[in-house]
Design a protein around this ligand. Sequence first.
Ligand code: NAD
Length: 286
Amino acid sequence: MQLLDGKSLAKKIEENVTLEAKELKNRTGNVPGLAVILVGHDAASQAYVGMKKKACDRAGFYSVTHEMPEDISQDAIIKTIEMMNQNPNIDGILIQLPLPSHIDTTKILEVVAPNKDVDGFHPYNVGRLATGLDGFVPCTPLGVMHLLNEYNINPKGKDAVIVGASNIVGKPMAALLLNAHATVTITHIHTKDLKAHTLQADILLVGAGVINLIKEDMVKEGCIVIDIGINRASDGRLVGDVDYDAVAPKTSYITPVPGGVGPMTIAMLLSNTLKAAQNHAKEHHS
Ligand code: NAD
C-alpha cells in the first residue's frame, strides 16, 4: 500500500504557481486577484475561506472576502458578483457553498462571468468539461486527477467507481475520468446495492460525506482508493468517508484524510486563479 501524498504535491504546485504569478507580475504588472463571497456564519465555510485566503497570501495573490449576513437578499449577492465581474483587479470569483436556503444557488452561480469562474461551476464551464474542451474545472476533482497523474496512475481502461453525484465533486469527477478513458460508474444515495458496484472498482473515489461509508469488505484487493470526504468525528478529528485502518491494507494506493485531496483542492484554486489572470492579461495585451 502506498500513500497518495496530496500535501507534498500541493506544496510543489503552490511553489510553481507562486513563481508563475511573479513572472506574470514582472511582465504585465498584473497580480492575480481572487474575490470570495461568504454568506452567513457556517463554521466549516469560514474555515475553508480562511484557508483559501492564506493560500492566496502565500502565492502573492490579491484576495478579498465579501462577508454577507445570513439574511442577505439574492439581489444584493447578485449585485456584488456583477461588481466583481467588472472589477479589473479581480480574475477569479468564488461563491463559498452552501448558500442559505432562501437563495437560489443555481441562479447565483450563473451570474459569475465564465472567464472568472475559477470554481468551474457555471454551466458554460460545466458544458465545456463535458465536451472535453478547455475551461475551468472544479478544484476538488481536478486535484484528484493531478494526484493520480503524479503517481503515474492512468485511468485509461480502468473501472472507476464514484460514490457521490454532486455538482461539486461526483459529476465533474465522472466527466474528467471519462475524458481520461476510464469506464465510469456513478453511485449515490439511491443506488440499490452500493457494495456490488464498489467491489468492481479499480479506482474507487468517494465523496459522500458519510463517516466509514466504505468498509473493508466493499473494496477489492489492490484497489486505488481516493477519499474525498471531509467529516468531523465525534472526538473532533477530521476523517474521510473510508474506514481507513481496515481498508488501507487491501489497497495499492490510498489518500489519507487529512493530507490527501484537501490540500490539492486549495492548490487547484490557486492554479485556476493564475490561469484566469494569465488569460485576462493576454486579452488586455492583444
Ligand atoms: P453533497 O451532500 O452535495 O453530495 C453527497 C453525495 O453523496 C450525493 O450525491 C448523495 O447522493 C451521495 N451519498 C450520500 N450518502 C450516501 C450513501 N450512504 N451512499 C451512497 N451515496 C451517498 O456533498 P458534496 O458537497 O459533494 O461533498 C461530499 C463530501 O466531500 C463531503 O464530506 C465534503 O466535505 C467533501 N468535500 C471535500 C472537498 C475536499 O477538498 N476534499 C471538497 C468538497 C467536498
